[in-house]
Design a protein around this ligand. Structure first.
Ligand code: NAD
Length: 245
């Protein structure tokens, strides 16, 4: 059975990793998927699979406004775009701080603000925001500004959920542990010794492995579907047991 049949879904950062896996899973569950990314080439595999694809830099205010006007109301809005800055507070200068908050927080605020009026007029929908276990939930070494941005995502998620709870809008956040994606591969390579870096990521997961983008995509389908009609304002942690230790 198609769990998202008849629904329209917009996904940001669908060019890679969790966003791409989720666009595919939404499609497989019968949704009409509008897959967006700053990198149009990265979306080409989704083109051939039946998604509509658009170049969208979520940090571009005018582009977000124009895109929302163009699209109208989706049933599902998955805000997935985000960047992991590596370092402590002393490694994070003003520009790095600004970039992370612009992409991880302000862009998500703009997407929700741009799409909410049409979604309210259409009597509701499910907004899913990508947070992280590294947020208000727990700290990880060298994730100073990243953790701060993802804590902000949780705050925005809860606030939107509270304000529109009687108007058909649900808003939940996904908080993954470590997930194998292109950017994780880059982060492991950037640490010099790939195997040691990978072993360190695995070691902090009690389950003894890194998660897959597909495992997060399945959770996104659940939150997008009417199966979770009674769930809003929640932060769903999916982390191989990391935060259970
Ligand atoms: P990724 O980082 O490998 O890929 C991200 C995609 O985002 C790329 O296709 C890139 O082109 C696109 N992108 C970058 N800047 C953009 C912009 N300004 N506008 C639109 N698209 C842009 O993907 P991932 O690792 O699966 O991460 C996706 C989300 O999941 C992020 O918010 C990340 O913080 C979060 N997350 C990831 C992990 C993990 O371990 N991978 C864990 C927790 C949370």
């Amino acid at each position: 059975t198609m769990r998202l049949k008849g629904k329209v879904a917009i996904v940001t950062a669908a060019g890679a990793g969790i966003g791409q896996a989720t666009a595919r899973e939404f499609l497989a569950q019968g949704a009409q998927v509008i897959a967006t990314d700053i990198n149009l080439d990265a979306l080409s595999p989704l083109d051939t699979s039946g998604c509509k694809t658009y170049k969208l830099d979520v940090t571009d205010k005018d582009a977000v406004t124009a895109f929302a006007q163009d699209q109208g109301a989706p049933d599902i809005l998955f805000n997935c775009a985000g960047f992991v800055h590596h370092g402590t507070i002393l490694d994070c200068d003003d520009d790095a701080f600004g970039f992370s908050f612009d992409l991880n927080v302000r862009a998500m605020y703009r997407m929700m603000r741009a799409f909410l009026p049409a979604m309210l007029e259409a009597n509701g929908g499910s907004i899913i925001n990508m947070a992280s276990a590294v947020s208000s939930i727990l700290a990880a070494p060298n994730r100073f500004v990243y953790g701060a941005t993802k804590a902000a995502v949780i705050g925005m998620t809860k606030s939107v959920a509270a304000d529109y709870v009687t108007r058909g809008i649900r808003c939940n956040a996904i908080c993954p542990g470590t997930i194998d994606s292109p950017s994780l591969q880059d982060r492991m390579r950037a640490q010099g010794d790939y195997e040691t870096a990978r072993a360190a990521f695995i070691a902090r997961q009690p389950m003894g492995r890194i998660g897959t983008p597909e495992e997060i995509a399945k959770l996104a389908v659940y939150l997008a579907s009417d199966e979770t009609a009674f769930m809003t304002g929640q932060t769903i942690t999916i982390d191989g047991g990391w935060t259970n230790t």
